[in-house]
Design a protein around this ligand. Sequence first.
Ligand SMILES: Cc1cc2nc3c(=O)[nH]c(=O)nc-3n(C[C@H](O)[C@H](O)[C@H](O)COP(=O)(O)OP(=O)(O)OC[C@H]3O[C@@H](n4cnc5c(N)ncnc54)[C@H](O)[C@@H]3O)c2cc1C
Length: 410
Amino acid sequence: MTRSAAEYDCVIVGAGLVGATLALGCDALGLRTALIESRDLTAPATAGETRGLALAVTSQRILQGLAVWPDLAAVVTPIRRIHVSDRGHFGFCRFAAADLGLDALGHVCPAATLAEVLRCRLRTLTHGTLRSPATLTGVASATDRITVTIATATGSTELTGSLLIAADGVAAPTAALLGITHRIHDYGRDAIVANVTVERPQPDTAFERFTATGAIALLPLGGARYVSIRTLPRALADAALAVSAIDYASDLSQAFGTRLGRIGDVGARQSFALKLVRAGACPIPRALVIGNAATAVNPNAAQGLNLGLRDVAVLIDDLADARGAGTDPGALAATFARRRERDRARVAAFTDTLAQLFTSEAPPLVAARDLAMLTLDLLPPLKRAFLRRATGIGVCPARLARGLAPRVTP
Ligand SMILES: Cc1cc2nc3c(=O)[nH]c(=O)nc-3n(C[C@H](O)[C@H](O)[C@H](O)COP(=O)(O)OP(=O)(O)OC[C@H]3O[C@@H](n4cnc5c(N)ncnc54)[C@H](O)[C@@H]3O)c2cc1C
């Protein structure tokens, strides 16, 4: 790879789950990388983060390729079956890992644990530098480099890189500094996340139940523990956050139904506004966006992080190619968004369609969605095709997505 006058090959802004994973991939390639994070990564990890994230098979492979998975293996819970149903209507669909000849369709990983494991690995970067707490405040692009200004506790400083990667989350500052505009659709709904226990757990089985007020997902955390994600119109969500844990549990039990028995032991509740946010083209050379900074979707199908990790897998392949060919990594920015457009658009459309389809009680729409669910349930080839898409299998040919370590050029 051409070693330009820039100090770094890659400057990554944002050490969330996506930016941190990318930094590990860059380090494996031997790239000089600066990772800038506004949170203090020496402070306790994401206090209050209770979410369990469903990591699809492809994400597992990506984390395997970066040797992160062994640190998670003891804490993740496999999803071997998924039961989807439409409360009060006839539609339902069952998915099983066996449908694809797999041991598991994915795994539920506590988000705080994944963040902590990545954070530990960031402390051992060989070629990279972690700047935390440090906040990006300015960007200037020249023909041979991109210069970023960061604010730290000791003042303002400049770093230069060949390629700037914005991984700083939904409609975050870097995009604005780069002149990127966003298409935003606010669903007017919030997701309330809380860990719960159930009376009659079904091992390794995830549930998605569509109800008149919104979806309820229950993801297994092992034993009787599940993470519940309940989507409600914003006013109802505010009210649901205000009631006691006992009342919340009873309301959740009532809305979900009796399949898992009584729901109880509701832990801390976290609320998230649901939006579809898509970044437009980046007008500045040598810069690109990944993860939520590029595409933030409704969490109804557990796709967001999985999509962001596929951004990482493809970018690592591109960076490996540039390194092997001795070319400027900054040139990747011109083609990367195009290469990712199909996957991103597909996931955005899939999650948006689900959100629209399952928030309507209009009889023709209810009949159509329930027929679609039954058809999916009854036709194995259709089910397999659907599952392959939902788990990201076959949509991303990158090395990491196949569980292979990044290709390193000596
Ligand atoms: C309720 C809910 C459930 C979900 N469940 C799933 C699931 O089961 N499966 C799944 O695949 N996805 C799921 N998702 C989506 C997933 O959480 C996100 O896609 C993922 O966390 C995005 O990670 P990210 O690193 O791109 O962004 P973020 O997590 O937002 O990270 C951005 C980072 O950038 C830093 N930053 C911001 N501005 C600056 C700046 N100026 N300078 C420096 N640093 C900066 C921030 O501090 C942060 O650390 C869920 C989302 C929600 C809301």
